[in-house]
Design a protein around this ligand. Structure first.
Ligand code: PMP
Length: 402
C-alpha cells in the first residue's frame, strides 16, 4: 500500500472533466471502438508554417536558454501592441507577464491573490478549471447561475447580489467556453457600474477566444468599455486557440503591476519562465501574417452553421447559437426522462452523454461539468464530415428513445 498522501487541498480537486473525457475516448478507441469525438477543446488545424519557422530560427540562433521570468522583450512588445490595438489601452513592460499557457497565468494569478476566506465570483456555465483553481488555494468559488434566458451571461443585478466584503475577483470569460456567448458593450458598461460601487472587486477577463468570433465587429471588451478600471482588470489570453498552438504552452496576462510582479515572483520559484522557443514562436504569431486567423475562423463559422442546423432538427435537442469560440452548448432537457431501448431511464445530462457515447459512438461533455444541468457541450473544432456523421448518429440514437 502506498504511504503517499496528497495534501488535502489537492485531494479535494477534481480532475479536469475535459481531460477525463478525452481519456475515455482514447480508452474506447484502444478497445477497438470507433468514436466520433466532439470533446476536443483545441483547433484541429496545424500551427501555421511561418510560426514554426520562427521557432526553428530561435533554436538555430541560440534562443535555447532561460529567458527573463516575464518573457523575452520581443514577446512583451508584441503583447503590448496587440492590447493597444484591441483595447486602446497602453500597457507598460511591468504590466505584462507570459506563462506556460493562459491556464498557468490564471492559476498563478489566483495563487497570488486567493487565500482562506477569499471569494471569487464564477458565473455558470463556467470553464471547468475556475472553481478548482480557487479552492486549491483555499478560496471559495461563488458560483452564480446564469441561465439561457440571460444568454448564459452575468447580469449587473446578479453581480451586485453576489458581491460580499470577501469578494476579490469576478471571472468573465467571453467568448465563453462552453456557450460561445459574448457580452455587448452595454452589458459590460452595466457590470462596470457595479464594479465602480465596489472598489475591492477585481475582474479576471479570460479572453482566450477573442479572435474566434462570428460577429461582424470585434467582440467588446471591458478594458475598452471601462478603461478607468484598468488597474483592477487582469486580461488573460494566449496563442493556443487563435493560432492552433495548444501544445506550445504559451499564454499571457496583462494588468496591475503589483499583481504582475506577484505572478512573476511565483513563476520565478516554479517554472522560471515558459519555453524560450515557444516565446519566439508566439511573438511571430502575434506580429506576423494573420491570414490563418481569418481562414480558420471562416472554417469554424461554416462548421458552426452545419452542426447548429443539424442538431436543431433533432427532436428533444435545443442547441444555442454561439457567437464565438468553437463550442455548441446543447439543451437536452427534452431527452431527460426518456428510456433507452434496453429500458434505462435517462435521469440527467450525464446519462444523456453516456447514452450518446454507448448508442451513437459520439463523445460529448455533460453540461453539469460546466455548472449547467441539462445541457451538453459539443466541440466543432473538427471536420464537417465528422460533424455530419455525428449528427446523423445522434439523430438515430435519439429516435430510439421512448
Ligand atoms: N480559458 C479557457 C476558457 C479555455 O477554454 C482554455 C483552454 N481550454 C484556457 C483558458 C487555457 O488555454 P491555454 O492554457 O492553452 O492558453
Amino acid at each position: 500500500m502506498s504511504t503517499f498522501v496528497p495534501a488535502a487541498r489537492v485531494d479535494q480537486m477534481r480532475e479536469s472533466p475535459s481531460v477525463a473525457a478525452a481519456q475515455r475516448v482514447r480508452e474506447l478507441r484502444a478497445s477497438g471502438r470507433e468514436i466520433l469525438d466532439l470533446t476536443v477543446g483545441e483547433p484541429d488545424f496545424d500551427t501555421p508554417d511561418h510560426i514554426k519557422a520562427a521557432a526553428v530560427v530561435a533554436m538555430d540562433s541560440g534562443l535555447t536558454k532561460y529567458t527573463p521570468v516575464n518573457g523575452i522583450p520581443a514577446l512583451r512588445e508584441a503583447i503590448s501592441k496587440r492590447m493597444l490595438d484591441r483595447t486602446g489601452v497602453e500597457f507598460a513592460d511591468n504590466e505584462i507577464t507570459v506563462g506556460g499557457g493562459a491556464k498557468q497565468v490564471i492559476f498563478l494569478a489566483l495563487m497570488a491573490t486567493v487565500e482562506e476566506g477569499t471569494e471569487v465570483i464564477v458565473p455558470a456555465p463556467y470553464w471547468v478549471s475556475y472553481p478548482d483553481m480557487v479552492t486549491v488555494h483555499g478560496g471559495t468559488p461563488v458560483v452564480v447561475d446564469c441561465p439561457e434566458s440571460d444568454r448564459f451571461l452575468l447580469t449587473a443585478e446578479k453581480l451586485a447580489a453576489a458581491i460580499t466584503p470577501a469578494t476579490k475577483w469576478v471571472i468573465l470569460n467571453a467568448p465563453s467556453n462552453p456557450t460561445g456567448a459574448v457580452y455587448s458593450e452595454r452589458e459590460l458598461a452595466e457590470l462596470a457600474t457595479v464594479l465602480d460601487r465596489n472598489p475591492h472587486v477585481n475582474v479576471l477577463c479570460d479572453e482566450i477566444y477573442d479572435e474566434i468570433v462570428f460577429t461582424d465587429a470585434p467582440v467588446p471588451n471591458l478594458l475598452s468599455t471601462a478603461p478607468h478600471l484598468r488597474d483592477r482588470i487582469l486580461v488573460t489570453n494566449g496563442v493556443s486557440k487563435a493560432y492552433a498552438m495548444t501544445g506550445w504552452r504559451l499564454g499571457y496576462g496583462v494588468g496591475n503591476k503589483g499583481l504582475i510582479a506577484a505572478i512573476n515572483k511565483l513563476q520565478s520559484q516554479s517554472s522560471s519562465c515558459p519555453s524560450s522557443i515557444s516565446q519566439a514562436a508566439a511573438a511571430e504569431a502575434l506580429t506576423g501574417d494573420q491570414s490563418f486567423v481569418t481562414t480558420s475562423v471562416a472554417s469554424y463559422r461554416a462548421r458552426r452553421d452545419v452542426i447548429f442546423e443539424l442538431f436543431s432538427r433533432i427532436d428533444g435537442l435545443e442547441p444555442v447559437l454561439p457567437q464565438g469560440a468553437f463550442y455548441l452548448f446543447v439543451g437536452c432537457s427534452g431527452l431527460v426522462g426518456k428510456r433507452t431501448p434496453d429500458g434505462t431511464l435517462l435521469e440527467n445530462d450525464q446519462d444523456v452523454v453516456l447514452f450518446l457515447l454507448d448508442h451513437a459512438s459520439v463523445a460529448t461533455i455533460q453540461g453539469s461539468a460546466y455548472g449547467a444541468q441539462s445541457y451538453f457541450r459539443v466541440s466543432f473544432a473538427t471536420s464537417e464530415d465528422v460533424l455530419r456523421n455525428a449528427a446523423a448518429a445522434v439523430e438515430k440514437a435519439v429516435a430510439s428513445l421512448s
